[in-house]
Structures are given as structure tokens and as C-alpha cells.
Write a protein that binds this ligand. Sequence first.
Ligand code: SF4
Length: 332
Amino acid sequence: MARKVKGIGLLSGGLDSLLAVKVLQDQQIDVVALTFVTPFFGPAKGLAAGEMAGVETRAIDISEVHLEMLKNPRYGYGSRLNPCIDCHGLMLREAAKNMSAEGADFLFTGEVLGQRPMSQRRDSLRSVEKLSGLDGRILRPLSAKLLSPTRVEEEGLVDRSMLLDIQGRSRKRQRELALKYGLKEYPQPGGGCLLTLDSFTNRLRKLLDICPGATVADVELIKWGRAFMLPGKTICMVGRKESENSKLEALAGARDIVLRACDHPGPTCVILAPNGPFDLETATSLAASYGDAPQGAQVTIEWREGGVEGGGAAGKLMVVSKPKEFFKSLLI
Ligand code: SF4
């Protein structure tokens, strides 16, 4: 009996990748899907889309290699800190590692020619292919008829006549296809990547600027609470609510300093991995001033190296609570 053709799809969670699965299933191609985990986006939408499409979907954590790519992307950034071409290339390269184990013939994505200004131009799709190292084995079922035939089409594994010719930013064809396939509650396009948000990328830029060797753990920490740049160039995170305090405490590692008020309810603060002498004075002031202690009150702040239970240096300092405006210029 002839072996079924098999493709591995990259599921971002958007409608386009869902439709790409459907278009290939129309020609009885076996499909499995992958979705990725980094500090900047998670697998939830991709896994939900996989369930909607009825395909087995696995999440792969590429946090470390993605962060290293982000520090120096070959094709640069989009309008924020989003290295979309390199990001797509990396995801395809990681997906390619699964091809022989899966017995897959090709990879595919839901990319649509001309839909995104940076990453979905004709030349960008070529660049992504080059970065992935998989020349001719990456299929874009939604725009395939507008692109040069891939090897899998030339070899007759995929019927090119059943692929599509969608291009541009209009979503009309995708909406019609969603109706055809009975997809009623499909995900909306865009969103979900922190690298496209000013609020996050401002702090990430600062972190990478002062600490080029920043780790995934450092990036996880700057997601929670207010961020301040202390004199001496270290970042201090200050929790705004209990859930953020808990996150900061859980994430603080051996190189971080955790601060909390002893005698008043207040935020958990974390000084990120200081490389040298750190500005304990400003950090303790922040811990005192963003808590419930009245202005001008004396507050005892406990600090500890290496997280809440850490075994590093530790101590207590008495500081006076100041008005929050005092720290405005340090906010990132
Ligand atoms: S928006 Fe984010 S997840 Fe999407 S390709 Fe760009 S960097 Fe990658």
C-alpha cells in the first residue's frame, strides 16, 4: 500500500495556519502540527487551533535559542523589537529537526504573500526559506500558486492545482474559506507576541542594552510589575499586586536580590542580577514608597540575594517612605 504523504504544519493559532491545514487535508495529506514556546509568546493559541483542526499538535520550547537570535537577527527588526523574518526562519529550522522522526515530506505554514509588510513579502519568504535550510520543502498552501513550485509539488507529492492564490491584507478569502470549512469561532489575526508591544519592548531594549548576556530568566522577570532603571544601571522590578509579587518571588534566581517590607504590606521588589555593586538605597526606597506605609514613615526593608529562600548575602535597612513622583524619572 502506498505511503501517505505527510506534512508538518507550524500553527501560530491564527486563522491562516488553520486554513493551511484544511487545504492540505482536502487532498488527504497527513498533517501533524507544531507550535512554539518562547518568553514572548506561548503555545495556548496554537494548541487550541490544532484542536479545532483536529490535528495532533505539539508545543516545542525554543526560549533560549530564540532569545539568542533576538539579540542579533540577521534580517533586523520590524517596527518594534520583532525580528519576524529570523523568527520564522528559526521556527522552521526547529521544525525541520522533527521531519525524519515524523516521517514527514515537507513543512508548511499559513503565510500569505503580501499580508505583512516585513515578513511576508516575496523576498522575505525566500529569506525565511534560506534561514531554515530547507530549500524547496516549505509549502505555503494559501499562496502557493503565486510562488515558484516547491520540490514537493514538482515531485507530485502535493497537487498544486488544489492549492490557493491568496495575497494581500484583505481577509475576505480567508473568511469565505472559514465558512466553507465550518470554522465559526476562529482566532483573530495578530496579537499575542510581546515583541510587538511598546510597553514590553521598552524594558527589553534597556535590559539587552545594560546586559547583553541577559538570560531567559531575566526576560521572564521583566514581564511582571513596574520596571525602574536604578542609578548604576540595574533594573528593579516592583510588583503592583499580589499575583505579580508571587511571580517575582517565584522567578527570582540565585543572581537576583529580593526586597520586601517587614512591617507594612508592600510590593516584592527584585533587582535583576547586578553585575557589581547595586543601588540598594534606591531599591529599598522603592520597596518602602510603593507599599501601604504613609508618606514619611520609617519602613524596615529586608533584602536577600538569591530569591526569597536564597542563601546569599542578606540584611535589613530602615528607610523613609517617599512620594511616588520622586521615582518617576526612573520608570522604564
Ligand atoms: S510577531 Fe513575534 S512571533 Fe510573530 S514572527 Fe514576529 S517575532 Fe515571531
